[in-house]
Design a protein around this ligand. Structure first.
Ligand code: SF4
Length: 448
């Protein structure tokens, strides 16, 4: 259990030197107990005290990493219940199952179909992060072979799912370079599974039927030397599952109850692809670190990944596109030039409307720190200077032979100052980008 502020205070130098930025050691101790500062902020704390304070300084939820290189994924390290309190740090890893009953071409086809679950959404690459190899055969050899085939496909992190220590040992032997997540240890096999995980430096899933049982199991595994633990709490239905995940999150973050201070994993296998997508989306919202689904249907995975993208967006950091000039189609020196802001949703709305117009164009994206046109203008992030600077930086005058700039109708008021700042003719475009196709077809006239 975490130390209280007063317990921490007793271990500090008590000189009130203020080097940590706090007025007193007591203030620092209180802040440390609430995880608002780091122990390293006090340069004078003794080694002995450091060890004693390690528990208080440790994050309430451990970060667990599995997979290697480009296939590496991170779960855990969360600090809040609600995104608006700070932000979420580790987007839920979506994994898709591969049964070890598959062999030959069927196995390859399934692995390829999982590896191909990658999409582009508002300029961001979103994809499944792991393949869960399921020991459906109940035997060691097919499990190890399927795990090796997944490893050779190489592009995703691996989760090995078996309650047989013998099968797990064989599969880990074939894949340990890929740092697979081993799932799972139970009350019955905990010692053997912990031994395999520890010997191969793999993280280990602890699976139990109740919060009390899973707390005891995670402690037991930790005593065996496995630090990276993922929790899998069984529940009969989605309601109970969400209730359990929420309780575990509250106990780990608010009560700093260490046996539950780990990320979680959930398995979704009931129902068709659509039902699995609905259940997975709920588990992404509250609070599963990994969600493993049976379906590999792109139409089911895309909404799950979209839900994840939305839930794990940093509320203080709007999704942005790179500020630069984007050609739409194959514009030439007579093509229209217009600008918008680098708020992702704004840019992609404008881009799709320009594309629909079938008039090859240049879109200059001005850096407004990810805010929309009106917000940026109101906050003075979009003005004649920022637009003129963006034009100069991107050599816009070299792209076209005319000097006409179409500006969003909502900032028509900028026209005069922008004309002076750029020496370009300013043309006020429509207020809504949905009107751009009509505007470009009927109003825009290319220079003679
Ligand atoms: Fe106390 Fe350390 Fe802060 Fe100095 S730096 S006031 S000793 S906690």
């Amino acid at each position: 259990m975490a130390l209280t502020g007063l317990e921490i205070f007793k271990l500090l130098p008590k000189t009130n030197c203020k080097k940590c930025g706090m007025p007193t050691c007591l203030a620092f101790a209180m802040a440390l107990a609430q995880k608002r500062v780091k122990l390293d902020d006090c340069p004078d704390v003794s080694e002995q005290a450091k060890q004693a304070l390690a528990a208080a300084a440790a994050p309430p939820m451990r970060k667990v990493v599995f997979g290697t290189a480009d296939a590496q994924v991170q779960i855990g390290a969360e600090t809040v219940l609600f995104r608006h309190e700070e932000k979420f740090y580790s987007p839920t890893v979506l994994a898709v199952t591969v049964s070890d009953k598959l062999t030959g071409d069927d196995l390859k086809k399934r692995i390829d179909s999982v590896n191909s679950l990658q999409f582009e959404r508002v300029g961001t690459h979103i994809a499944v992060g792991a393949i869960a190899v399921i020991n459906e055969s109940g035997q060691a050899e097919p499990f190890a072979s399927a795990a090796q085939a997944v490893k050779q496909s190489g592009s995703l992190a691996i989760i090995l799912v078996s309650d047989s220590p013998e099968a797990m040992a064989e599969a880990v032997a074939k894949t340990k370079d890929s740092l697979p997540l081993n799932a799972y240890a139970t009350e019955e096999n905990a010692e053997e599974m912990a031994k395999i995980a520890k010997e191969n430096n793999c993280p280990l899933v602890a699976k139990a039927e109740s919060i009390e049982a899973i707390s005891e199991l995670s402690e037991k595994i930790k005593e065996k030397g496995v630090e990276d633990i993922v929790l899998c709490l069984h529940a009969e239905n989605l309601r109970d599952k969400l209730y359990n995940l929420t309780r575990m999150r509250v106990l780990s973050l608010k009560k700093v109850f260490r046996p539950l201070g780990y990320p979680t994993i959930s398995f979704v296998s009931d129902g068709d692809a659509g039902q699995q997508a609905a259940v997975a989306a709920s588990l992404i919202c509250k609070y599963s670190g990994i969600v493993v689904v049976d379906t590999a249907e792109p139409y089911a995975l895309l909404p799950m990944l979209t839900a994840r993208m939305n839930i794990f967006t940093d509320p203080q950091k709007p999704v942005q596109v790179e500020p630069k000039v984007y050609p739409v189609g194959e514009p030439d020196e007579n093509a229209p030039v217009m600008f918008t802001t680098n708020f992702s949703l704004t840019y992609y709305t404008v881009e799709s409307d320009v594309e629909a117009a079938r008039t090859p164009s240049y879109i200059l994206v001005v850096d407004t720190e990810g805010t929309s046109v009106l917000t940026a203008y109101s906050g003075d992030k979009l003005n004649e200077k920022t637009v003129a600077d963006a034009m100069a930086k991107n050599n816009v005058e070299k792209l076209v032979k005319h000097r006409k700039l179409i500006i969003p109708g909502y900032v028509a008021v900028m026209s005069g100052k922008l004309e002076e700042a750029t020496n370009w003719e300013i043309i006020v475009g429509p207020r809504e980008s949905a009107m751009l196709p009509k505007y470009l077809r009927e109003v825009w006239s290319a220079p003679a």
